[in-house]
Design a protein around this ligand. Structure first.
Ligand code: NI
Ligand code: MN
Length: 225
């Protein structure tokens, strides 16, 4: 059993009943997030990269809840130097945590902290938890090696950015789903700011046209996978 909550942008909470993991906790300053940071609890904080709309409240939440930050080496080191507990990993590496297995994958993007420091490579992440395997692409453009990610692990649920400008837009995200062939595709990273306005229903129609399932989650909605 795995409960998946979408808080908007790239922020998801995974809860298997025993562990609670939040990916890219952009809550404070996110105009589309329906909750406040003090309403969010987590045991694990997964960061795909250090941009402000992904690192977000990560360090504060980590310290407040004694949650473990999981990120690539440079970003995990930054979290640790700011007083958080952190687990350093890197792209291509997997590790088995109390909640399950987590592996970082490539993403074509940038990664600097809000104060301008180099934070290593941006990443996507494949997480197996509660009997389900999820692929959160992080911020990325389309790349053909996504096929390899879908071949390596049967992906039950894929979260793909559709907002364009900084990441894939709708059409590239539909192709990305066709590369990965997940059981379910969920759009993310759209309508947070005017520059990333996109139509999630157009994504859903495109995905269904390729023969895959799509689900447009409301901001704040929880589903069971
Ligand atoms: Ni970014
Ligand atoms: Mn972003």
């Amino acid at each position: 059993m795995l409960k998946l909550t979408y808080l908007s942008h790239s922020t998801f909470i995974l809860d298997d009943g025993s562990h609670r993991l939040i990916i890219d906790p952009f809550i404070t300053g996110n105009p589309t997030c329906p909750v406040k940071a003090d309403e969010v609890q987590a045991d694990f904080i997964v960061l795909t990269h250090a941009h402000g709309d992904h690192l977000g409240d990560g360090l504060e939440l980590a310290k407040k809840h004694d949650a473990l930050v999981i990120a690539v080496n440079e970003l995990a080191g930054y979290a640790a130097s700011n007083g958080a507990r952190a687990h350093n990993m890197h792209i291509g590496g997997a590790y088995t945590f109390p909640f399950g297995r987590l592996k970082f994958t490539i993403a074509h993007h940038g990664s600097a902290s809000p104060d301008g420091q180099y934070m290593g490579e941006p990443a996507g992440v494949v997480i197996t938890m509660g009997g389900k395997t999820l692929y959160h692409t992080g911020d990325t453009g389309l790349f053909l090696d996504m096929q390899l990610i879908g071949q390596r692990d049967a992906i039950d649920c894929m979260m793909a950015p559709i907002g364009d400008n900084f990441t894939m837009g709708v059409d590239d995200a539909v192709l990305a789903v066709d590369f990965v062939k997940p059981g379910l595709a969920i759009p993310m990273h759209y309508n947070t700011f005017p520059v990333i306005e996109a139509d999630p229903q157009a994504f859903a129609r495109g995905v269904e046209g390729k023969g895959f399932r799509a689900r447009v989650m409301e901001f704040g909605e929880t589903i069971e996978l």
